[in-house]
Design a protein around this ligand. Structure first.
Ligand code: GDP
Length: 195
C-alpha cells in the first residue's frame, strides 16, 4: 500500500465522540514504551505523526488519523505504566474497552508486544479480554532488530507456545522493526485486505 495521505484528525476520551464514519478502522495498542508511536510513524512514513514516549504530557486519548482518505488508524493509549493510580487505570479501562466493544467500524486491533520479552501477564490478560469480548485482534512483535537473529525464531516460537496454552488457534502475527522498516508491507497488506 502506498501511503499518499496520513493526517491527524482528532483525539477523544469517549468513543461516542469519535468521528462518525463508515471508513474501516484499525487500532494499535500495547504496553507503554512497546514502540507503538515508532511503528505508526514507520507504517505511515511520517516522522512524527504519532508522538513518541519522550513527548512530555502525552495524553491518554483515542487518537484518530485518516489514511489515504480510505481508513482510520487509531492510536490508543498504552497500558502498564508502573505508577498509574487506580482511578486512572479504571478510567483507561472504561475508555478503551468501551471503544473496543462499541466502535462500529473497528475492523481489527493490533496488539503490540516487544520481541525481546517473554510473554507478559498484562499482555496475555489483555488479549484474553479481547477474546472474551469478541474483538478481533492481531499481534505485532516490535523491535525485532533488538533481538539477535539467531534468537529471534526461538523467542517468537516460545511466545506462540505460551499463547497456545489458552488459545485454540494462534492469532495472526507480524514481526516488525520500526528501526529497519521490517514488517511494514505485510502489515499494510493485511489492512488493505480488510479495507
Ligand atoms: P510507545 O510508548 O509505545 O509509543 O513507544 P515509542 O515508539 O515511543 O518507542 C519507545 C522506545 O523504543 C523509543 O526509544 C524508540 O526509539 C524505541 N523503539 C521503538 N521501536 C523500535 C524498533 O523497532 N527498534 C529499536 N531498536 N528501537 C525502537
Amino acid at each position: 500500500m502506498i501511503i499518499q495521505q496520513a493526517e491527524y484528525v482528532v483525539s477523544n476520551a469517549d468513543y461516542r465522540d469519535c468521528p462518525v464514519s463508515e471508513l474501516p478502522e484499525f487500532a494499535f495498542i500495547g504496553r507503554s514504551n512497546v514502540g507503538k508511536s515508532s511503528l505508526i510513524n514507520m507504517l505511515t512514513q511520517r516522522k512524527a505523526l504519532a508522538k513518541t514516549s519522550g513527548t512530555p504530557g502525552k495524553t491518554q486519548l483515542i487518537n484518530h488519523f485518516l489514511i489515504n482518505n480510505a481508513w482510520y488508524l487509531v492510536d490508543l493509549p498504552g497500558y502498564g505504566y508502573a505508577k498509574i493510580a487506580k482511578t486512572e487505570r479504571l478510567k483507561w479501562e472504561g475508555m478503551i474497552y468501551d471503544y473496543l466493544r462499541y466502535r462500529p467500524n473497528l475492523v481489527c486491533t493490533f496488539v503490540l508486544v516487544d520481541s525481546r520479552h517473554d510473554p507478559q501477564k498484562i499482555d496475555l490478560e489483555f488479549m484474553e479480554q479481547l477474546g472474551e469480548e469478541g474483538v478481533p485482534f492481531h499481534i505485532v512483535f516490535t523491535k525485532a532488530d533488538k533481538v539477535k537473529k539467531s534468537d529471534l525464531d526461538g523467542q517468537i516460537t516460545r511466545y506462540k507456545q505460551k499463547l497456545l496454552e489458552t488459545w485454540e488457534e494462534l492469532p495472526i502475527s507480524f514481526l516488525t522493526s520500526s528501526e529497519k522498516g521490517d514488517g511494514r508491507e505485510p502489515l499494510l497488506e493485511a489492512i488493505q485486505t480488510y479495507s
